[in-house]
Every structure is written in structure tokens, then in C-alpha cells.
Design a protein. Structure first.
Lengths: 202, 202
């Protein structure tokens, strides 16, 4: 019998390096990346079912009503959300799934899917975060300061998370996430069949 | 600041191979083994504070009253228990501590020390357990059957445990326990200082 995959919900401040690590886990470790649904128009080269699931407002609102979304939010007049179907299909096939998402959405998902594993990723300290944001060279000083303040705000919710991963190097942080997934796979709550196996019922 | 160690509470049926794995973790990975207190007389070569803490009945009863024991039980007219002091001293020094203990005692410890990590260790299946007990060559068929029945009884409580480790090979099982300890070290509940670090308070 195939064991169900683990849903990993990763949050962390902008500049924490989440994106790089998630990319590596999908590429090297065969994690599936959750695909968001949105009502915004597809940009050039964006494909339905690859980059996003593109929907009309009416379709999206139906998905909300039918509880087909693990979380959703509205930004700049467009809906964004996580369709439950794609995620559960992957998990049922035994694949681990990653959801990279901001704090409020992450806590919504955990409520609906408590077996999900919440990981908060941070750089070693605030100075390092400032350094990384500066080195990107894409944002002015004011925006960077806003991001640093936002990081401190988000950290207020860190206690709601299951695990803290300190991203000192990409290799170590990716390794840490694999350790978490391995340990979670040994949770008794994910191995309830063991009693049946011992009783000879499986 | 030194991080506190993790208390690992390991149970599992006789023949699951707990003892071998615990020995290896203490020897190779520098885990501290919890030392029990008892009122039974020391055997030859047994040293106080090494093999056991030897106490009179009066002393032991005082320890019980003063809540100085993480768990205790009476067998064949003697008290056995786990002194909290030795365990917490090791943990405060940042050392991981192992407590190898039967199911009822393990659940007592978890109640008093919820940060403790409960690990249930089993062989891959009941046939393998029977084979291992037979291969020991120290017990007759009746005793082995009694141990197998007892194993099934203990497994009824597996859901109270945090993790299930299937001891297929000693190397893999020891590795699994190290994975669990590493992941537990990343739990947000064990890293509450991160907020202070980011706020520059540490």
C-alpha cells in the first residue's frame, strides 16, 4: 500500500530564500509544487495547469462556496487561492507537495488540513535579511525597510508554526527540510496501519 | 546561549532491538542514558550513580512525595523510578537524554514533561519479532508466545506515541532516531528565542 505524501506549507519573510529552496526541492527531490488558482488574466507564456489555474470570477466564487479551496485571498481586485483537488491528488499518489504561501494563508490551510506541516523559514538574523534584500539591488531603501518591518510582524506568528528553518546556506536549509519530512513520515499519526500489520490484517 | 537537549523516551516490545540501538546512540552519538532509582539491593559490581541510584524505601517514598520522579512503579516488592534531577541536569547542559522504558511509564513521563519525545520501536512485523525472540535462544516457546501477546497489547497504545520507528536494521533505526531528534530540534516550540534575536534583544 502506498503511503500518502506530506503537505509542506512554507512561509517566511521576503528575502528568506524560500523560492530558491523550494525550487531545489522540486527539482532534485521530486516534490510537487502546488498550483494556485487565480482570476487574473494569464501573462504571455503562462499556461493553465502549469503556472496557474485560470478561472473567471464566477468559477472562483463557486470554488469558494463548494469549499474547493484550501485558502484564498483577494489582491488588487483579483482572487488567488489554492485548489484542494490538485494537492490531494498528488498526496494520494504518495508525492510530497510544497505550498509556498504567506502567513495568513498558511494558517488557513493548517485549519482545513491539520496534517499539513508548517515551516517558517528565516535568515540567521535581521541584519542578514537586510543585506540580502540590499544585494538583490531591485528595491530602494524605503521598500527594504518596509520589508524588514513586515518580517518582524510576520514573526509574531512564528509560534503557530511547526518548524523553524534557519536559512544560513541553501544546501543546509534544503537538507533541514528533508529531515523534517523524513521525521514527519515516522509520526505515529501517519502510520496507523502498523497495528493492522501486526494483527495480520494487512 | 546553549540550546536545551531533547528527552527521548523509547518503548517497544521485548525483541524490538531497543537495547542495541540505545547502546549505539549513547556510544557513537553522545546521548546520555537516564539512570533509574531503585530500592532493590545493589548486585556485585553495580555502582550508585552509574547503574542505578540506590535508595532506601523511605528515601524513595520521600522522592515520590516531593515529585522528584518522572515516573515510578513497583515490581516484586521493589520500587523503580526515574529521578527528574539527573535528566534535567543533562538536558540543561544541552545533552540529549534517552529513557528506555515500558509503555505505562513512558506515558507518565510525557504527562510531566510534555516536551519529551515518545518513540515506539517495532520490528517490521510479528513473525520477525517471533523469529528474533526464538533466535535469542534464552526463552521457551511459552514465554515467547506470552511476549508476542504482550507486544500486541502494548501496540494498542501506539497512537499515544509521537513517532514509530521500524527496526529493520540497527543502522537504519539509529539513523531514523537521529533524524527525529534533528527535526525536533527545529520545532518552533524549541526555538522561541528567534523572535528576540530578530528584535535585537539577544
Amino acid at each position: 500500500m502506498k503511503k500518502q505524501g506530506i503537505l509542506l506549507i512554507i512561509s517566511g519573510p521576503s528575502g528568506s530564500g524560500k523560492g530558491t529552496i523550494v525550487g531545489q526541492l522540486c527539482e532534485k527531490n521530486d516534490f510537487a509544487l502546488s498550483i494556485s488558482a487565480t482570476t487574473r488574466k494569464p501573462r504571455e507564456k503562462e499556461e493553465h495547469g502549469v503556472h496557474y489555474f485560470f478561472h473567471t470570477r464566477e468559477e472562483f466564487e463557486q470554488m469558494k462556496e463548494r469549499k474547493e479551496l484550501l485558502e484564498w485571498a483577494e489582491f488588487c481586485g483579483n482572487y488567488y487561492g489554492t485548489p484542494r483537488k490538485y494537492v490531494t491528488e498528488q498526496l494520494m499518489q504518495g508525492k510530497n507537495v510544497i505550498l509556498e504561501i504567506e502567513v495568513q494563508g498558511a494558517l488557513q490551510v493548517k485549519k482545513i488540513y491539520p496534517e499539513g506541516v508548517l515551516v517558517f523559514m528565516v535568515p540567521p538574523n535581521l541584519e542578514e535579511l537586510g543585506r540580502r534584500l540590499t544585494n538583490r539591488g531591485t528595491e530602494d531603501k524605503e521598500t527594504i525597510n518596509m520589508r524588514l518591518r513586515r518580517a518582524l510582524e510576520e514573526m509574531e506568528l512564528v509560534e503557530e508554526y511547526d518548524y523553524l528553518v534557519i536559512n544560513d546556506t541553501v544546501e543546509q536549509a534544503a537538507e533541514d527540510i528533508l529531515t523534517i519530512v523524513d521525521a514527519e513520515g515516522m509520526k505515529c499519526s501517519r502510520n496507523k496501519d502498523i497495528k493492522k500489520i501486526f494483527k495480520g490484517e494487512m
